[in-house]
Design a protein around this ligand. Sequence first.
Ligand code: DGJ
Length: 352
Amino acid sequence: MLSVSAKESAPASAAPVTKFRPGAVWPDTTGKPINAHGGGLLYHEGTYYWYGEIKQGETYLPKVNASWGGTRVDVVGVSCYSSKDLLNWEPRGNVLPAVPGTDLDPKKVLERPKVVYNAKTRKFVLWFHADSVDYAAAACGVATSDSPTGPFTYIRSFRPNIQSWPVNLKEGEKDAKGSQLVKDFPVGQMSRDMTVFVDDDGKAYLFSASEGNPTMHISELTDDYLGTTGKFLRIFEGRSMEAPAVFKRNGKYHLIASGCTAWEPNAARSCIADSIWGPWKELGNPCKGDKAGITFQSQGTYVLPVADKPGSFIFMADRWNKDNLADSRYIWLPIEFDDKNAPVIRWQDEWR
Ligand code: DGJ
């Protein structure tokens, strides 16, 4: 029989997780609920890393956000978890803690962290939505680390695309769908909900809700992934897409995004393109079945190409609890594809 003292000194551990259970509390390997919201995954040397917003403490509604229901918790930082099987996640700590009086101030906004690996510089680069409490700053933040588990060193926050880009495209050039290539904008572009996508050739792109949210921008990143080159594409003008998740399958680029309804869920939209520079085409709502119109009461954040199952993709989403953001849950569901290459997402109570 285990003595009391042996029990007390044993490291905390939880029963192994054997299935995905969308919407249920998901314990980490110590038994605590995983705290990684608006997150993204990185697969590096045989291990998956999950980065996300730490949502803890009181949820409150700042006066400046009252008109649109913009509740919040104070910024704590970016969590990191690691896993070999995508089910059991070991907490690796807060890799970018809040720092009062800086861009990472607890009273500001730090959302949708995404980490990518730059093979040239051998740095892990963390991008996130950096904002003021009223979301008026509309910028992105960048930090780097030598290790996937941090700590990350904060570099700066900025509005992308203040630089000019190589003049191999005509200014104002539009494709058939009205997407437009823009150059030499005098001021940086607004950037809120975002993700970063690294293509097979190592080039990376920022997808972010811009122009006050109605139009999404795809911005080319510099070779070191620390900034934007100034070359960017405007897509889906006036369609107000946020929460972008980007992936590539069979040579085609896919974007799954939500509409803009603060913390309330809405219908997801899927989009496809043969080239990152468009033309991009909407394919409609990838979710099917009961509650498909509200993305099964969630909002996407990332699509994971499963490393050891080529051709398999997982849709990761957040089921936000706007009145208690710390109790927001995760919805992970497998993606199927129809004969037109359109993603299809169906609800499952549990799966593996
Ligand atoms: C919707 C965005 O997708 C979230 O990341 C967050 O910014 C909320 N709006 C805030 O209401």
